[in-house]
Design a protein. Structure first.
Lengths: 469, 491
C-alpha cells in the first residue's frame, strides 16, 4: 500500500491553501486528491471578479485566484492526482483513504493525517418542495454557471432566478451579459442573502427586479419549463393567496443555499454539528475522527474565498503539527467563528441621483454625493478612499469591469475566462459583450494574454483570466 | 405483417412482450415516448404487494399473489433489484382491529402465505420507529419492494434480445379493422398485425374505443410522493401501510430497494392524462399522514417529490359486450367481444406492478389460444444488468476497471455511478437515449444533489456516444431540451 504523510481531499481553494501551509511547516509528502480535471475547484467557474481583496490585496476573478494557488502548489512541488474520486476515508494511526480513477483503478493510501476539503453542494429543487411539473430547464445556479462559464453553453433564454444569494445574483448578471433575458430574482426572505454590491452591479445595473418576500409556488411546463408562478409570502414565509403572478420563462435557476458535502466525514465516523452541517472540530480544526482535519466549505459555508484560504492555512498547519508532534489532548469542541450571513437590502426611498451603494468591497457603504455650487462634489458616507473615488466616478462617468469568456479553438477546454484589463464606461458594456461573444482565441492561452485590443473603442484590452493548453 | 403488436412499453406491456418472446411470433411494441417505462411504471410506490388487498377470486387478487410469488426468481433471472422486506398494515384505532382480521382472512383466501396480526408490542419490536398511535398491525412477510424501472427495463431488454421489436416515438393515432387483423396508424408509419394488445396505461380507454363499441373510460388517479435522502432509508425495514383513517385513505412509508425512504401516495382523480404535477396541498397531505406511521418524518431530508397517474377505470365496458374475467374494480384484461384479436390490458392500477410477471403469462396465454404458436427453441431466459460499482465488491471493481478504465471514472458522486456504467446503459440493448433514460438505468442523478453535479457530464457523454450536439440531448420527451446553443455557435 502507498504511504504518504498528508492527504488532502479536494483541490479547491481550501485544499490548496492547506497543502501549502503544511509544506511551509516542513511536511514533505503531501498528496492532493481532486475529482475534477484540474485544481481550483468551484473557483474555475466563478469567472466574475471580487476575489482576493484580503489575500492578495487586489481584486481578482475566481480563475485568477485559483491560478495563483495552482502556481504556488506547482512551485512547491506538491503532488496531486486529478480526475480521482475519494470514496472512503478512515481515521486512525495511520489514516486510510480509498480512491478511484481511470488509470489506477481503485486504490488505498495510508497517511499520517488527512485534511477534508471537499467543499459544498447546492440545495436541489426537491429539497425545497416546489410543486409543479419536473421538466428540463430547472438548474441549480452553480450547474448553470458551469454550463455557461466552462462549457460555453447557454441553458436558456428567459430566466427566473429563485434565491438572491451571491450565486443567484451573479448568475442573473451572467445570463444577461450572455444574451438571455432575466425576468426577475425572487427571494423568499425580506432581505437578500447576497452582498449589497452584487445587488447593485448584478441586478440594478441591468434593471433586473429583485422581488423580496416572494417565492416560486409552482413550476409549469411538462417537457421544458414554460413558466413559474411567483407569489408574495407572509411573515411565516407562507405564500399569500391572491398574490400569485404567472411569469413566462424557459429556465428556472435555483440559488437557495449551500450544504457542506460531508458524506466522507460521516463515513469516517466524525461527529457532525447540526448548526454548521459540518464536522465538529476542536481549536485545531481536528474532527473527532483520529487524524482527520477539516476546513473550507466542508466545515461550514463561507461567504468569501479569502476566509476559506485563511481557515485552510490553519488546518494545514495544525495537521502538520499533528504529524510532527503527535496527537495532543483533543480538548474541547470549538465551533469556527462564522460571520453573520449577509442580510442585504438597499435602503428604501434612496434617491438614486445622489445616493450610491459602493461596490468596491463587500461592506457596501451608502455614499451621498452632493454637487456644490462651485461644481465640485461633496462626498460623505464612504469609509475608505476607494469609496470616494468610486462615488466620484459613479456620479460623473460610471465604469465597470466586465468579465466573460471567449471561445477557444485547439485547446483542451471549450472557452477561456476573460475580463477587461481595467474598468470601462458602463454604457459600453453591451458593445463590449458583443465583441467578446463573437471573438475566438487559439490555444494555448495564459493568464494575462491580450485577446481583444481596444474593446468597443475604449482603449481597454480584454485579457485572459485563466490558462488553456 | 406482425403476429402481435403491443401498444405501450410500460411494465405490463414489457412483461407481455417478454412472455411472447418465448414463442415463435413476430412481435413488436409501439411506444409514444422515447424510452420504456415513461408512464405509470416510472412513478409509483415500487411495492410488490403480498396480495391481501384485492377481493378473492378477482384477477387482481390472482395475478397479485402469482406475481408476488414469481418476482424473486424473476429478479435473479433478469438481474433487477427486488427485496422481500415484509409489509405491515397499521391500525390506529382499537375499534378497527376487525378490519385487520378481515384483511387477513381475505389474504388467506387468496393464498397469501404467513400473514398474521401483531400486537402493539410485537409491532414495536419489529419497527421501533413506528408511530405512537399504531395499536396493531397486519404483518405479511411476503410483501416486497422492487425497482420499478429496473423491472420494466429488464423485461424489455430480455424481450428485445429474444427478437421483439421496439419502436419509440410512435403514438398510435388510429386502428383499422382488417379482414385478417388490424392496421395500426402512428401518423408516419402503419403496422399490420393479427393481434393487438392494448397496454396503453392511462390512454388504454382511448385505444380501446378506437376499435370497440363497448365504451370504456379511464380517469387518471394522481398520487403524489416524497422521496428522502438515503441516510433515512433505515428508519423502517418493512413497508408500512395504513388502514383508512379519519384523514381518508392511508399512505405508505417504505424503504426503497435503493435505500431511500419513500412516502405517499395521495389519491386524486383528475381529468388531465399528463397531469403529473405535484401540488402544495398534496405534498403537505403526504407529510401529515406519514407522521401517523412513524415517530418522526425527516422533512429536512426530502430530496425530491414526484407524482404518478394510475389508470383507474371509471366506465367499464358493459357485461356481455366483452370477454373479460372479473367484476367491477377489477383489471380489464381480455379480448374485446366485438373486436376479435384485440386484447385489452387496461385499468392496471395498483397492484399492477406486482402483477406484471403474472400478467405477462396470463396475456401470453390468451395469445396462445388465438394464434397457437410454437415455443421458441433458442429463447434465452436470462439477462445481465448494468454492473453497479457502488455495490460491487472490491475484487469486482478491480476487474471492471481493468476491463474498461471508464469504470474508474465517477460521474455521479452521490450515487457513485461511473462512466463505464453510463456507457453500458447507452450501448446495450434498447440503450438509453435521454438523460432520464440514463438516470433510470444507472441512478446517475437520483441522489441527494439531484443531478446538480453530473447533469453536464451525462449530457456530454450522451452527445459524444450518440454522435449528437449537446443541444440535441433531451431529458425525456422531444421538447425537453437542456441547452440553447450548438458547440461552435457564439456564446
Amino acid at each position: 500500500m502507498k504511504r504518504t504523510d498528508l492527504i488532502i481531499v479536494g483541490g479547491g481553494p481550501a485544499g490548496m491553501a492547506a497543502a501549502l501551509a503544511a509544506r511551509e511547516k516542513g511536511i514533505r509528502d503531501i498528496l492532493i486528491l481532486e475529482r475534477d480535471k484540474e485544481l481550483g475547484g468551484i473557483l474555475n467557474q466563478c469567472i466574475h471578479n471580487g476575489f482576493g481583496l484580503h489575500t492578495f490585496k487586489e481584486e481578482l476573478t475566481g480563475p485568477e485566484y485559483a491560478a495563483r494557488y495552482v502556481d504556488m502548489v506547482r512551485e512547491k512541488k506538491i503532488q496531486g492526482l486529478l480526475n480521482t474520486m475519494v470514496i472512503d476515508v478512515q481515521g486512525g494511526n495511520p489514516c486510510r483513504v480509498t480512491a478511484m480513477n481511470r488509470e489506477e483503478g481503485m486504490f488505498q493510501i495510508e497517511a499520517r493525517a488527512v485534511v477534508l476539503a471537499m467543499g459544498c453542494r447546492e440545495r436541489p429543487r426537491g429539497a425545497m418542495n416546489i410543486p409543479g411539473y419536473r421538466p428540463a430547464g430547472i438548474f441549480s445556479a452553480g450547474t448553470a454557471q458551469r454550463y455557461v462559464n466552462i462549457e460555453g453553453r447557454m441553458p436558456g433564454r428567459e430566466v427566473v432566478v429563485l434565491g438572491s444569494g451571491d450565486i443567484g445574483l451573479i448568475m442573473a448578471r451572467r445570463m444577461t451579459l450572455q444574451g438571455a433575458k432575466v425576468r426577475m430574482v425572487a427571494e423568499i426572505m425580506p432581505y437578500s442573502g447576497g452582498l449589497k454590491r452584487n445587488i447593485v452591479q448584478c441586478l440594478d445595473d441591468f434593471g433586473i427586479p429583485l422581488k423580496l418576500s416572494h417565492t416560486v409556488t409552482e413550476i409549469h411546463g411538462r417537457e421544458r419549463v414554460e413558466g413559474v408562478t411567483v407569489a408574495k409570502v407572509d411573515e411565516n414565509l407562507a405564500p399569500i393567496p391572491g398574490t400569485e403572478e404567472y411569469v413566462a420563462c424557459d429556465t428556472l435557476l435555483l440559488s437557495c443555499g449551500l450544504i457542506p458535502e460531508n458524506e466522507l466525514s460521516q463515513a469516517a465516523g466524525a461527529e457532525m454539528d447540526d448548526v454548521t452541517q459540518g464536522p465538529v472540530v476542536n481549536a485545531r480544526l481536528e474532527t473527532t475522527a483520529e487524524g482527520i482535519f477539516a476546513c473550507g466549505n466542508v466545515l461550514h459555508v463561507h461567504d468569501l474565498v479569502d476566509n476559506v484560504s485563511i481557515e485552510a492555512e490553519r488546518a494545514g498547519a495544525f495537521a502538520a503539527e499533528y504529524i510532527l508532534e503527535g496527537r495532543g489532548d483533543w480538548g474541547e469542541a470549538l465551533r469556527p467563528k462564522i460571520p453573520a450571513k449577509s442580510k442585504s437590502t438597499l435602503p428604501e426611498g434612496r434617491d438614486a441621483s445622489s445616493q450610491l451603494i459602493c461596490i468596491g468591497c463587500p461592506v457596501g457603504c451608502l455614499i451621498t454625493v452632493e454637487k456644490k455650487e462651485d461644481g465640485s462634489l461633496n462626498i460623505t458616507g464612504n469609509t475608505c478612499q476607494k469609496g470616494e473615488a468610486y462615488a466620484r466616478n459613479e456620479f460623473t462617468a460610471p465604469v465597470r469591469t466586465v468579465t466573460s469568456m471567449i471561445r477557444v479553438e485547439g485547446g483542451r477546454g471549450k472557452v477561456v475566462p476573460v475580463k477587461t484589463a481595467s474598468e470601462i464606461p458602463k454604457g459600453k458594456i453591451g458593445e463590449c459583450m458583443d465583441e467578446i461573444r463573437r471573438a475566438k482565441a487559439l490555444a494555448p492561452v495564459r493568464v494575462g494574454d491580450v485577446l481583444i485590443k481596444n474593446v468597443a473603442g475604449t482603449g481597454v484590452s480584454v485579457i485572459a483570466t485563466g490558462n488553456m493548453d | 405483417m406482425y403476429d402481435v403488436i403491443i401498444i405501450g412499453a410500460g411494465v405490463s406491456g414489457c412483461a407481455i412482450a417478454r412472455e411472447l418472446s418465448r414463442l415463435e411470433l413476430k412481435t413488436a411494441v409501439l411506444e409514444k415516448a422515447l424510452d420504456v417505462c415513461e408512464g405509470t411504471s416510472k412513478a409509483n410506490s415500487g411495492i410488490v404487494h403480498a396480495g391481501y388487498d384485492a377481493i378473492p377470486g378477482t384477477l387482481k387478487a390472482r395475478l397479485n399473489v402469482e406475481g408476488s410469488r414469481k418476482m424473486e426468481a424473476l429478479s435473479k433471472e433478469l438481474d433487477f433489484s427486488y427485496r422481500r422486506n415484509g409489509s405491515l398494515v397499521l391500525c390506529f384505532d382499537e375499534k378497527e382491529q376487525d378490519k385487520l382480521t378481515e384483511l387477513k382472512e381475505r389474504g388467506e383466501e387468496s393464498g397469501v402465505e404467513g400473514i398474521r396480526i401483531l400486537s402493539r408490542q410485537e409491532l414495536v419490536s419489529l419497527e421501533p420507529e413506528v408511530g405512537d398511535e399504531a395499536v396493531a398491525a397486519l404483518y405479511a412477510p411476503t410483501g416486497g419492494i422492487v425497482c420499478p424501472f429496473g423491472l420494466t427495463i429488464a423485461l424489455a431488454e430480455n424481450a428485445a434480445d429474444n427478437g421483439v421489436e421496439f419502436y419509440f416515438g410512435r403514438e398510435v393515432k388510429g386502428i383499422e379493422r382488417k379482414e385478417e387483423g388490424y392496421l395500426i396508424d402512428t401518423g408516419e408509419e402503419t403496422y399490420e398485425t393479427r393481434v393487438v394488445i392494448n397496454a396503453a396505461g392511462v390512454y388504454a380507454d382511448q385505444i380501446h374505443n378506437l376499435v370497440s363499441k363497448a365504451f370504456m373510460e379511464i380517469t387518471p388517479r394522481k398520487g403524489e410522493y416524497l422521496l428522502y435522502d438515503k441516510k433515512t432509508g433505515g428508519m423502517v425495514s418493512n413497508t408500512l401501510f395504513q388502514l383508512p383513517t379519519a384523514l381518508g385513505k392511508g399512505i405508505l412509508v417504505t424503504p426503497t430497494v435503493h435505500g431511500n425512504l419513500l412516502t405517499g401516495p395521495t389519491a386524486q382523480d383528475i381529468g388531465d392524462r399528463e397531469g403529473t404535477n405535484t401540488s402544495r396541498e398534496g405534498l403537505a397531505q403526504v407529510s401529515a399522514k406519514a407522521a401517523l406511521s412513524v415517530k418522526r418524518v425527516p422533512g429536512r431530508d426530502v430530496i425530491t417529490s414526484f407524482s404518478g397517474l394510475r389508470a383507474h377505470v371509471t366506465v367499464r365496458p358493459k357485461a356481455g359486450d366483452h370477454g373479460y374475467v372479473g367484476e367491477e374494480e377489477d383489471f380489464v384484461i381480455g379480448e374485446a367481444a366485438d373486436a376479435p384479436g384485440f386484447i385489452d390490458v387496461a385499468g392496471m392500477e395498483s397492484p399492477g406492478l406486482s402483477c406484471a410477471p403474472a400478467t405477462g403469462e396470463y396475456v401470453a396465454g390468451l395469445v396462445k389460444k388465438l394464434l397457437q404458436p410454437e415455443e421458441k427453441k433458442n429463447f434465452v431466459s436470462t439477462r445481465k444488468g448494468i454492473p453497479n460499482m457502488a455495490l460491487a465488491s472490491d475484487e469486482e471493481r478491480h476487474r471492471l476497471i481493468r476491463e474498461n478504465p471508464a469504470y474508474g471514472n465517477v460521474i455521479c458522486r452521490c450515487e457513485m455511478v461511473t462512466e463505464g456504467e453510463i456507457l453500458d446503459a447507452i450501448h446495450r440493448t434498447l440503450g438509453a437515449v435521454t438523460v432520464d433514460g440514463i438516470k433510470r438505468r444507472t441512478r446517475a442523478g437520483m441522489g441527494r444533489c439531484q443531478s446538480g453535479f453530473c447533469n453536464p457530464k451525462v449530457v456530454e457523454i450522451l452527445a459524444r456516444e450518440l454522435g449528437k450536439d449537446e443541444s440535441e440531448i433531451r431529458k425525456s420527451g422531444k421538447d425537453s431540451w437542456f441547452l440553447v446553443n450548438k458547440e461552435k455557435e457564439q456564446l
